[in-house]
Design a protein around this ligand. Structure first.
Ligand code: NAP
Length: 285
């Protein structure tokens, strides 16, 4: 079998165009330009690339973006006071704190300090709770992007067995939560580092989602023939970007697969733009 490619670049272009059109209509009607404020602490090269890509995507879609760069030695209270300032800025609709933060800073209180109405990453406990209850304010960008890819590619989730590898708060857990919502209706298994005989579990998946953070962790023999494979992983190996799935081997077994790069990554950005527009719409309603 040679898997079809689920093209994240092409699907995200469609989603971004939707955001562009809706933003133009919204701005024309209200005079408000949706505005994302990004906060970058330190000089981690990967984070700088991610933030730049998010800024560029905002500009192309008619959203405003502002980058707040803080030095690596920024203190917890300095960072939290910037968040407070952005919470109070009436022209800022979305706040994004680029992760990971330098190791001396504690992520949780910073993310908790973001006003839930401006939490366009969807990480605030209030937004996580709303999402779990099936009445989301913002869906977390990466899992939402995966759901959109499945939808665009015509992948049926209802009644299917979806296996997610990874249980992080930003990918694995919300991914499972979206797949079990009414409407998506998958049966979900979540694996993690304590899962015993993981290959035996992944081989049962109709839809296999890898969010492990380990290059080419999922090998061809871990995939059920005909499964749909979504690779969330972004790993830097030498100068290459590699997913969590062994793409060459997996594409011989799967029916459809996302590449890295050009898979889930662009979808995450498109969903961030969507959330920023939603935040701006809520701010005037
Ligand atoms: P994370 O917080 O490090 O979580 C990794 C998860 O994988 C954990 O739950 C961990 O289990 C599990 N795991 C690690 N080793 C394992 C093993 N040997 N067997 C089974 N499970 C194992 O990472 P993350 O933030 O979820 O990100 C995952 C990957 O997605 C990374 O490569 C990241 O760069 C990428 N990512 C991509 C996007 C995008 O836009 N495409 C967005 C976010 C993240 P334990 O909980 O037991 O430790």
């Amino acid at each position: 079998m040679s898997a079809e490619i689920i093209d994240g670049k092409a699907i995200s272009a469609i989603e971004r165009q939707r955001v562009t059109d809706e933003t133009a209509a919204f701005t024309q009607e209200t005079g408000v330009i949706p505005h994302l404020a990004a906060v970058l602490v330190g000089d981690d090269p990967a984070s700088q690339v991610y933030v730049r890509n998010k800024e560029r995507a905002c500009e192309r879609c008619g959203l405003k973006s502002t980058l707040h760069r803080l030095p690596s030695e920024t203190s917890q209270s300095e960072l939290e006071s910037l968040v407070a300032q952005l919470n109070n800025a009436s022209d800022v609709h979305g706040i994004l704190v680029q992760l990971p933060l330098p190791s001396h800073l504690d992520e949780t209180p910073v993310l908790d300090a973001i006003l839930p109405a401006k939490d366009v990453d969807g990480f605030h406990p209030e937004n996580v709770g709303l999402m779990l209850q099936g009445r989301p304010r913002f869906l977390p960008c990466t899992p939402h992007g995966v759901m959109k890819m499945l939808e665009h590619h015509g992948v049926e989730t209802s009644g299917k067995h979806a296996v997610v590898i990874g249980r992080s708060d930003i990918v694995g857990k919300p991914m499972g939560a979206l797949l079990i919502q009414k409407g998506a209706d998958a049966t979900v298994t979540i694996c993690h580092s304590r899962t015993i005989d993981i290959a035996q579990v992944t081989r049962q998946a109709d839809i296999l989602i890898a969010a492990v953070g380990r290059p080419e962790f999922v090998t061809g023999d871990m995939i059920r023939p005909g499964a749909v494979v979504i690779d969330v992983g972004i790993n830097r190996v030498d100068d290459r970007l590699v997913g969590d799935v062994d793409f060459q081997a997996a594409s011989k077994v799967a029916s459809a697969i996302t590449p890295v790069p050009g898979g889930v990554g662009p979808m995450t950005i498109a969903m961030l733009l969507r959330n920023t527009l939603t935040a701006a719409q809520h701010s005037v309603s």
